[in-house]
Design a binder for this molecule. Structure first.
Ligand code: ZN
Ligand code: ZN
Length: 359
């Protein structure tokens, strides 16, 4: 049954909603183009989400055996109730185990009430998970690339730097999933994914100009990494205590970061600094700390430690793990006239640029 939400009144039509259709099926209906499944807004652990159309195009939301057609200006709240979801509007309340928007080209806004609203283009599935709603959007990989470049890049970046970011981002996605219930999350654990940029925006143009380009090493796509500022020299995986990946990364001198190293000083108590003193530069130890105290508690893994009476003083440079592309350095190279290829060669030695294979 299709329920049309119009002016707050409910109209029913005879269309059936196949509520058990999976997200993968929804994606495969569309085209041969690759899709990725992004777990969205999970950081908020919300028990309630609101769906509304984006820019006036109606969306059809499957709730159990009913399809709710949501027109511009209307919305549907999804509320976790024990192990099920209540889809609630001004005119209807439906219980279901799964809510879906099955059209993988649908534009819709998803809101965590009182916290954040983002809009997406893709097929949406929402299911109950533990004590929250789990929202996953299956979107074209190129849509994800544009959305991530827009979210991860400084707004002042020039076109060649944005193109380099697009290739790096696409390589990361094409190298394979990182999660079990979906492929990637939308936080810095994987890559920060925000709202889809408009077609004419610089991030969308960078994705389009580098369409299907990925970085490979010894015939395999690399999970290309990047960070904000390397502090003067990028690092290998071994430098930061990571092992077992096929591309080892290399130390690339980053002239802009040498000239403007962005120094910082942090003081930590003995207990907080214990693992970092035992394993200086170890990224896992840094992540463990910043997940508890915030990213600014130790901005990078490029530092010197001196012990004090109460703890340790960290004097360092840069921001982020320092492996792969340095966004700050890449932006400077692009401003100085370096090409996409030149930037990628500098930060990813011994790689080749190739087209992502179609399955
Ligand atoms: Zn993740
Ligand atoms: Zn740098």
């Amino acid at each position: 049954m299709t329920a049309l939400l119009s002016g707050g009144r409910l109209f029913a039509t005879a269309l059936a909603c196949l509520a058990l259709g999976s997200l993968a099926q929804a994606a495969s209906l569309d085209s041969a183009e690759q899709h990725v499944r992004i777990g969205v807004l999970g950081l908020f652990h919300s028990r309630q989400l609101t769906i509304r159309p984006h820019e006036g195009r109606p969306v059809e939301l499957c709730c159990g055996d009913q399809t709710l057609r949501i027109e511009g200006g209307q919305s549907v709240d999804l509320i976790l109730q024990n192990d099920s979801i209540e889809c609630r509007s001004r005119s209807i309340a439906v219980q279901t185990s799964q809510a879906e928007i099955r059209n993988s080209d649908a534009d819709f806004a998803l809101e965590v009430p009182g916290e954040i609203e983002r809009h997406y283009r893709g097929a949406l599935v929402i299911v109950p998970a533990a004590d929250e709603l789990l929202a996953t959007v299956a979107m074209r990989r190129e849509t994800a690339v544009a959305s991530i470049v827009a979210a991860e890049s400084p707004s002042t970046s020039s076109p060649e730097a944005l193109k380099a970011q697009a290739v790096v981002t696409r390589s990361y996605l094409a190298a394979g999933p990182r999660h079990r219930n979906f492929d990637f999350c939308d936080t810095t654990h994987c890559q920060y994914l925000g709202t889809l940029p408009a077609r004419g925006e610089a991030a969308a143009q960078a994705a389009s100009a580098t369409r299907e380009m990925v970085l490979a090493h010894e015939g395999k796509i690399i999970r290309a990494l990047y960070s904000a500022r390397c502090g003067g020299q990028t690092r290998t995986l071994e430098d930061i205590g990571l092992k077992g990946r096929h591309y080892p990364y290399y130390r690339a001198r980053c002239l802009l970061c040498v000239r403007a190293p962005d120094p910082w000083t942090r003081r930590l108590r003995k207990q907080q600094a214990f693992n970092l003193i035992r394993q200086p530069g170890n990224e896992e130890a840094r992540l463990h700390l910043v997940r508890q105290l915030g990213w600014q508690a130790l901005p990078s893994n490029n530092y010197r430690i001196s012990l004090s009476a109460t703890g340790a003083i960290f004097q360092g440079t840069g921001s982020g793990h320092g492996v792969g592309l340095c966004q700050h350095g890449a932006a400077a190279m692009a401003t100085e006239g370096h090409s996409l290829l030149s930037i990628l060669r500098h930060y990813f030695p011994n790689t080749t640029l190739r087209s992502v294979p179609r399955q």
